[in-house]
Ligand binder design. Sequence first.
Ligand code: SF4
Length: 288
Amino acid sequence: MQYIEAKSILSKLQGNDTMFGLTYNMNLYRGCQHGCIYCDTRSECYGVGDISQISVKKNAIELLVKEIKSKRLRGTIGTGSMNDPYMPVEKELEMTRKAMKVIADTRFPVHVITKSDLVLRDIDLLQEISKVYAAVSITITTADDILAKKLEPNASSTSARFKAIETLAKNGIYTGVTLMPLLPFINDTKENIRSIVEMASDAGASYIIPMLGVTLRKGSRDYLYQSFDKYFPEMRNRYEKMFGEQYICNNTNYNELRAEFLQTAGRLGMPGKMKFYTPQTGKQLSLF
Ligand code: SF4
C-alpha cells in the first residue's frame, strides 16, 4: 500500500447517467482488494496496473471539503465504480467514513456501490445523508457462496451481502442490488437470476438493476482468462472462439435471461431501476 497526492477528488460526469443518476464520481483509493476476476479496472486504458496494489489518496478528504463547497450543482456523488469504497483496507483507514461525514455535513446526496458488508459500519451517516438522498447498491452476481468465492475472492460472501441489504433496509436506507456481470457460461443461468431476485426481495431490496453479459478489454480479458485456467479450464478456449477481441460479450441465452428477470421481478413487484435524486442548482445551495 502506498500514499499518493490527488489533484482532485470529485469528477463531474459527462452527460446523463441513466443507470444511477450520478452527477459526480469520487474515488478515494486507486486499486481494489476484492480481486474480482472480471474487474474492468484492470483494463489497460485506465493505466491502474496491478489493481491489488492499493494507493490511498492521502489528501482526499481535504480536497473533498474544498471541492464540495465550490459546487454550484448539488447532485449525487457516486462512489464504487473503479474500486470498492468498503474494501478491507477501509476498515482501518476510514477514508470512506470520513468522506461520508463531509457529505452528510454539506447535505449532498450519495450513491454507494459495494460488495462488502463493511458498509453497515456507516449506517449512522447513511441515515443522516438519507434526509437528502442516500442509496446503497450491493452487487450480487451469484446466489451461490462457493461460486462467489471464485469470482470475487476477497469480497463479502453472497449470504453476507444479502444480510447487509436486510440490515440497511431495516434501518431505512434505500438499498438495492446491481446484478452484474453475468459471465457467459458461468453465472448466466435462469435459476441464478431467479434466486437472486427472490433473495433480494426477501431481504427487503427496493430495486434490482441487471446488466447481462460482461465487457472485456485488453488487461481485464487477460486476467479473466488466467483465472479461467485456474477454476474453469475449458472456458478460455470457449471465450476466445466466441468473442475474440470483442468489448461486449453477450450471453448466448440473452433473451431467456431477460425474460426470466422480467417475469420474476414482475411477480415480486421489484423495480428494475432505481429512483434518482434531482440535482439542485443556485439558491438551494445557499440554504446550507
Ligand atoms: S469490487 Fe469492483 S472494483 Fe473491486 S475488484 Fe471487484 S469489480 Fe473491481
